[in-house]
Design a protein. Structure first.
Length: 82
């Protein structure tokens, strides 16, 4: 049985700045130990996550590349409140 995902955010078709704003907004509302699955982010958004989220505030649980197109899947676990 897979791990429970607390929140899912679909970013397909969104431009990078808006995607990063959405991710940080959702991430701030999350409680410690909750997970966020980000679906459909592009390479720029994926790279931007390390710039907008404090490295000590999350743990990367899963990252899957775009083997079926340009989109990625990322699963983060919040490790501390920011």
């Amino acid at each position: 049985m897979g791990k429970k995902t607390d929140r899912v955010l679909d970013l397909k078709g969104m431009v990078t700045p808006i995607s990063l704003l959405k991710v940080t907004g959702v991430f701030r509302k999350m409680k410690k130990d909750e997970t966020l699955e980000i679906v459909g982010c592009d390479q720029d958004t994926r790279a931007g996550l390390v710039k907008v989220l404090q490295p000590s505030s999350y743990e990367l649980e899963r990252a899957a590349g775009g083997n079926k197109g340009p989109f990625h899947l990322i699963r983060l676990k919040k490790t501390q409140d920011i």
